[in-house]
Design a protein around this ligand. Sequence first.
Ligand SMILES: Nc1ncnc2c1ncn2[C@@H]1O[C@H](COP(=O)(O)OP(=O)(O)OP(=O)(O)O)[C@@H](O)[C@H]1O
Ligand SMILES: [Mg+2]
Length: 297
Amino acid sequence: MKDNTILTTDLTDVKLLKRGKVRDIYDLGDALLIVSTDRISCFDVVLPTGIPNKGVVLNRLSVFWFDFTKDIIDNHLITDDVNKFPGQLHPFKKILNGRSMLVKKAEPIPIECVVRGYIAGSAWDEYKNNQTVAGIKLGKGLYKYSRLPEPIFTPSTKEDKGHDINVSYEYIISNFGSEIARRLKDISIKLYNKASDFAEKKGIIIADTKFEFGFFNNDIVLIDEAFTPDSSRFWSKKDYLQDRAPENFDKQFVRDYLEALGWNKTPPAPSLPGYIVNKTAEKYIQILKYILDKAPV
Ligand SMILES: Nc1ncnc2c1ncn2[C@@H]1O[C@H](COP(=O)(O)OP(=O)(O)OP(=O)(O)O)[C@@H](O)[C@H]1O
Ligand SMILES: [Mg+2]
């Protein structure tokens, strides 16, 4: 893959709706164009340094998983084929090819639907103190990277600025009603189960992941991204042990670097040295190869 890094896009006359932490979103009237850039965010802060081809990996994986899970839930993808994009986008084909998708314009539900199959990250800190994760009682005897008895749904709010806040299932019921709460939970767990069974056959554990859903034509659809190294923790199954940090193919490597620096996790974020950038780019490509089982072109 060519070593190019795109941090922001500017499609001149095409209306920019917003820049997310990673994606640039353009409003095409009845549809949206989502461009995955090479920006990386850690602890909810966008870093000044990009990861070459990261956006291409995110786009490719999401397209794959959207198709793989469409029997469980409809998703926002219309097409990722730039030749089928509306004519106004054709002058930008070169930038857009491989890192963008035309999607249905949905009304996002402001909840991060997190599913955890394993303990990791902040879940361990809570478990250590209370033997709970997101308030769910788990009993004694779990280790820092243990598989949970069954996958659990641990939603959080989606904050425009700053950190997302963990919320209870009851919070979703009181804000969106019990039918939507039940569907968000059921769909999330089903998506996790189907994708993690598949990934395991490829030697990859999906430790946890998060989804975003939106309303489209009065129905719930999966939006944003699906099972990417930004939204999920991917671990190597080969040498997995429940009490030792597994080899990972996600942002953990960058988080570890930033933790070691002692950065206070508020903007501005420090830039990343070349060896961290290269290693991270390598990890993103590796996970794409594992899941898609073929070398990227
Ligand atoms: N089909 C869609 N319709 C409407 N909005 C969408 C759709 N798909 C994604 N979005 C929105 O586009 C934005 C994508 O932004 P991006 O993924 O870069 O990061 P973020 O949401 O700021 O942060 P993060 O994903 O890291 O929590 C999000 O606000 C998401 O809700
Ligand atoms: Mg997002």
